[in-house]
Ligand binder design. Structure first.
Ligand code: SF4
Length: 100
């Protein structure tokens, strides 16, 4: 096998790996998704509609919510309310529950 053929034969493996990784990464919650809209999810808690959600008070955010499943210090992570997607650590929704 020439070196050129060997190069071409090995090329798809890294590309397949990158494609698999991209597929494995969860998409961020879209505030316009029906579930997110119903719960007032915003990726930036400071933008919460305080008139509509008077329960919100700083420093409430996904990152200090009991339901947040991201690693400590992460910028985003899973939340069981939005299965298969990730929320922003600085986000917020009306299902917020203070972490004990
Ligand atoms: Fe964020 Fe908690 Fe609402 Fe999930 S339940 S989106 S972690 S505030």
């Amino acid at each position: 096998m020439t070196s050129r053929r060997r190069f071409i034969a090995l090329l798809p493996l890294p590309l397949l790996g990158a494609a698999s990784l991209a597929r494995a990464q969860a998409m961020p919650v879209d505030p316009k998704d029906p579930q997110a809209a119903a719960l007032g999810y915003t990726p930036d808690a400071t933008k919460t509609d305080k008139a509509k959600y008077p329960k919100y008070a700083p420093p409430q955010a996904c990152g200090n919510c009991a339901l947040y499943q991201g690693a400590a210090g992460s910028t985003s992570g899973p939340c069981p309310i939005y299965a298969g997607k990730v929320v922003q650590a600085k986000g917020w929704c009306s299902a917020y529950t203070k972490k004990a």
